[in-house]
Ligand binder design. Structure first.
Ligand SMILES: *[C@@H]1O[C@H](CO)[C@@H](O)[C@H](O)[C@H]1NC(C)=O
Length: 203
């Protein structure tokens, strides 16, 4: 587990650094997906998942680097309602305002060319008021490849898929950033989950 010192700044620097690793202009992202329970990144017609520990089935956050800001009552691997398998990453924010959480994996080693499918399953639940929401953003090689905002009004308490098919361009890093906004409500906490991440060539 990482401590939360200056992590926001660190995340920003890292994301900025990822941008600089791209000499080429970014491809247009096709089919950015915020659909619910549609085609899974683990469905057939995808090749090997290039991520290490993509579904946290090691029972730990090994291979992932974690950055947090704000207030989290708990954070780590849980057996509580994973998207698939036995485990998912799960965190509970007890902040009344905003907290962030980032999971990053580096040195993915995608090929120099080809079309990559990049995806993740995300979850948000817990006690929030009308103003509370959770925003998930998926970055691959410094580009946004998926984003969804879940709130008490939509997608709350169900797993949602985000992702897209993008050009490979030696994609090296994948990052999921979670921004929890409790909207000023002191509740039981906002629960967020991440599971079944995917980076693989589209076949
Ligand atoms: C949030 O949870 C942490 C860890 O249990 C605790 O130290 C902190 O006091 C809690 N904050 C609030 C506002 O409840």
């Amino acid at each position: 587990m990482q401590t939360s010192f200056s992590v926001f700044l660190l995340s920003v620097l890292i994301l900025a650094g990822l941008q600089f690793t791209y000499a080429h202009p970014p491809d247009l992202v096709r089919n950015p997906s915020t659909t619910h329970n549609s085609r899974s990144p683990t469905t057939p017609c995808t090749s090997t998942n290039l991520l290490q520990n993509p579904s946290f089935e090691t029972g730990s956050v090994s291979s992932w680097t974690e950055f947090v800001t704000g207030s989290w009552a708990s954070r780590g691997i849980s057996k509580d309602a994973p998207h698939s398998g036995a485990f998912a990453f799960r965190a509970v924010s007890n902040s009344t305002s905003s907290s962030t959480l980032t999971l990053a994996q580096y040195e993915i080693g995608a090929p120099d060319s080809g079309e990559m499918r990049v995806g993740a399953w995300v979850f948000a639940a817990g006690g929030v008021g009308e103003m509370g929401s959770v925003k998930f953003t998926l970055f691959a090689g410094g580009r946004v490849v998926g984003e969804v905002v879940l709130s008490a009004r939509s997608g709350w308490g169900a797993w949602s898929q985000i992702g897209a098919d993008v050009g490979s361009e030696s994609l090296r890093a994948m990052t999921v950033t979670v921004v929890v906004d409790a909207g000023g409500v002191v509740g039981e906490g906002i629960v967020v989950g991440v599971d079944d991440l995917w980076v693989g060539l589209v076949c």
